[in-house]
Design a protein around this ligand. Structure first.
Ligand SMILES: NC(=O)c1ccc[n+]([C@@H]2O[C@H](COP(=O)([O-])OP(=O)(O)OC[C@H]3O[C@@H](n4cnc5c(N)ncnc54)[C@H](O)[C@@H]3O)[C@@H](O)[C@H]2O)c1
Length: 361
């Protein structure tokens, strides 16, 4: 992970980000060390991923969960969903440390929040893990479809990202068509692989990279992509950079190297610092699709499960990401502000509007 700002005071950090609750979950019997952050519940219960990652420090885990929880508030707001923002992180290596008992214990902590937080799959977790969590609490989405869940949200997330990419190419090149364009996909996990597949179907030249080199070879072969070493992705001259791994990859060092015209991918919190790096991209003439606008397919899938929407409605909501992205780009142009500022303005307005509705009865 890139170096991030680590909190010196937890309460200062919570005040600065505006979180309402943070729960530290510790259980020595199962080796569970998790943090659940609830940012805002104006629009509804906080919805967010269960990320399992081998953080170098607890401060890094806390910083990640706080940033992720806040971005979920904005994501739900701009997607027009009645959900608030939250997130959870489990500290550990998902390939070695993940057990049924650990996940079920985590589920118990979610249960104790009485519906204030609803969990879903993220980096390091999968539908089977959601099934274990569901054994302890009903406040989880994304368990396998054959037991009544909505399953893996990644294909829908990738579709939403594709919608966002198309809205950006329309703005930049005057057309939705991606034929002949080139895209670097960084991180070819659940979402990244689906995005590579969709881009291949749009006749795009895809460069695939991941820290897992075996996977790069396997996925590149499967979809006819060009494998790229993770160290050299910023040397490639491609039209679009699609970050689909971890956050913070758009920073002062990488912006200096980037040769693309558009950044649009699924990773949450791509800008290491929204203000600084959002403006740097404007200055360099790179169009940034705010991550939480275009990666909303996952939360839309979870919301559809909670609301019993059918697949058609889920797809419609996901396709709306095209218009949502266009609206952000339009506002950014009209007010001469960065795209992330424009997205924040639209999301904050909806939250404020609904806050007023709720205070009137
Ligand atoms: N799964 C969803 O539906 C969904 C929804 C919204 C947002 N996201 C976000 O999209 C991103 C990817 O999610 P996912 O579900 O595909 O996760 P995943 O764990 O399936 O895949 C992540 C991939 O990134 C790779 N990776 C990790 N660090 C890397 C690095 N520094 N450089 C290159 N590759 C690296 C991993 O090896 C893995 O293959 C995450 O930021 C996640 O929060 C996912």
């Amino acid at each position: 992970m890139p170096e991030q700002h680590l909190p010196e005071s937890i309460f200062n950090e919570l005040n600065a980000f505006g979180h309402k609750k943070v729960v530290f979950c510790s259980d020595p019997d199962t080796n569970l060390k998790a943090i659940i952050a609830i940012h805002d519940t104006t629009l509804g219960p906080a919805f967010g991923g269960v990320r399992m990652w081998a953080y170098r420090t607890e401060g890094e885990a806390l910083d990640d969960v706080l940033r992720l929880a806040k971005s979920m508030t904005y994501k739900a707001a701009i997607a027009g969903l009645n959900l608030g923002g939250g997130y959870s992180v489990i500290i550990g290596d998902s390939r070695q440390d993940k057990t049924e008992a650990l996940l079920r214990k985590y589920g118990r902590f979610v249960k104790n929040l009485n519906g204030e937080f609803i969990a879903a799959e993220d980096v390091g977790t999968n539908p089977r893990d959601m099934e274990y969590i569901k054994m302890e609490t009903s406040h989880v989405t994304g368990a396998p479809e054959n037991i009544g869940g909505s399953g893996d949200p990644s294909p829908i997330t990738a579709l939403g990202v594709l919608m966002g990419i198309k809205a950006c190419t329309r703005e930049m090149y005057g057309s939705d068509s991606l034929t002949g364009k080139s895209v670097i996909v960084q991180g070819i996990g659940h979402v990244g692989e689906n995005l590579v597949r969709l881009l291949r179907d749009e006749n795009v030249k895809v460069y695939a990279s991941d820290i897992n080199e075996e996977r790069v070879i396997q996925i590149s072969k499967k979809y006819g992509a060009q494998p790229v070493s993770n160290n050299s992705i910023f040397d490639i001259d491609a039209d679009i950079y699609a970050p689909c791994a971890m956050g913070g990859t758009v920073n002062t060092q990488t912006i200096a190297k980037l040769k693309c015209g558009i950044i649009a991918g699924s990773a949450n919190n791509q800008l290491l610092d929204e203000k600084v790096h959002g403006q740097m991209l404007v200055d360099k003439g790179i169009l940034f699709a705010p991550d939480y606008v275009i990666n909303a397919g996952g939360i839309i899938t979870g919301y559809s499960e909670l609301m019993n929407f059918n697949k058609k409605r889920t797809l419609q909501l996901t396709e709306n990401i095209y218009e949502a992205t266009r609206n952000v780009l339009k506002l950014s142009k009209a007010e001469n502000i960065s795209t992330i500022n424009a997205a924040n303005k639209i999301a904050e307005k909806r939250i404020e509007d609904i806050r007023k509705v709720k205070s009137s009865y």
